[in-house]
Design a protein around this ligand. Structure first.
Ligand SMILES: Cc1cc2nc3c(=O)[nH]c(=O)nc-3n(C[C@H](O)[C@H](O)[C@H](O)COP(=O)(O)OP(=O)(O)OC[C@H]3O[C@@H](n4cnc5c(N)ncnc54)[C@H](O)[C@@H]3O)c2cc1C
Length: 264
């Protein structure tokens, strides 16, 4: 319904933006070979952040969390969502609305590579070593490599030039352990709508205020994330937990693997 209403009052072009330049008063966009002008540009392309990532130095990666998961058919004994901490990260199991089950492990990109969690065999071996997650596996054959996804925390350093806003994961990405990604995406969409309306009415502070609010929220989120991870203290010397317990938690170096997965 919202999409239909938007389409009635706006032009909808379903191709990607090839180039965007700001001349001080409006954007000139190249879309499918055509030129389009816009007063405001909003990036809502999720973790890929197609527009916000130019230049890539604007993205501030806080950690290198990645997910390696498989989707299993309807069945099995899984009732509830499960999270199980393990020495190299944490496993999760959940049921999708259509009954299928998703079973996966979250770890850092370098650990994933070392432990071969990206291969079917490495993934099965790691699952077998869990205490609870393996009970959610109904014995199905897993021969294909699991799906890999970037899942780390990431902020946006600055708002960039001109009338530009990012929303949802394009603005900042939350670790799935927080369970806040969707709420944050919807919330930033609402605030971006207010900021856009204010800006178009001539309030030149609107975008700066929106970005400042986003930065405050992201800083608060990183603080809370540290508190979450510090609740698990069984493996203080394992790299995954050590990185999240120390004073630099939330400020780990950016990994090329994260960026490659996010942009794909
Ligand atoms: C493993 C994992 C588990 C998660 N679990 C949870 C959870 O339990 N609870 C929770 O709240 N959040 C969770 N999240 C986070 C949540 O999925 C995201 O925060 C949320 O989906 C962000 O919404 P979004 O609209 O910003 O981005 P997305 O949902 O990624 O949507 C972006 C859209 O933009 C489209 N797009 C991309 N590029 C272009 C382009 N060039 N042109 C046009 N369209 C484009 C994409 O196709 C996509 O449809 C999880 C994330 C991961 C990785």
């Amino acid at each position: 319904m919202m999409r239909d209403a938007a389409a009635e009052s706006a032009a909808v072009l379903s191709s990607g933006v090839e180039a965007a330049t700001w001349d001080g008063s409006r954007w000139t966009l190249r879309i499918a070979g055509a030129t389009v002008h816009a007063r405001m540009l909003i990036d809502a392309t999720g973790r890929a952040a197609r527009l916000a990532r130019h230049p890539p130095s604007r993205l501030a990666q806080a950690d290198r969390l990645v997910g390696s998961f498989v989707t299993l058919p309807d069945g099995g004994a899984m009732r509830d969502t499960l999270i199980e901490a393990v020495p190299d990260g944490w496993w999760f199991a959940t049921r999708l609305p259509d009954g299928r089950r998703v079973l996966g492990c979250m770890t850092d990109a370098d650990i994933l590579r070392r432990s071969r969690l990206g291969s079917a065999e490495g993934w099965r071996t790691a699952l077998a070593a869990t205490r609870f997650a393996r009970l959610h596996w109904g014995g199905e054959t897993v021969t294909e490599a699991p799906c890999l996804t970037a899942a780390g925390s990431r902020g946006l350093r600055d708002r960039g030039p001109g009338a530009f806003l990012a929303v949802g994961d394009a603005l900042c990405c939350f670790d799935p352990i927080s369970g806040l990604g969707i709420v944050k995406a919807l919330r930033s969409g609402v605030f971006a709508a207010y900021a856009t309306a204010d800006w178009l009415r001539g309030d030149m502070t609107a975008i700066g205020r929106y970005q400042a609010l986003a930065e405050r929220e992201y800083a608060g989120y990183l603080h809370t994330l540290g508190d979450y991870y510090r609740q698990e203290m069984r493996w203080p010397d394992r790299p995954f937990w050590k990185r999240r317990h120390g004073p630099s938690a939330g400020n780990m170096p950016q990994g090329p693997d994260q960026d490659r997965l996010a942009a794909s």
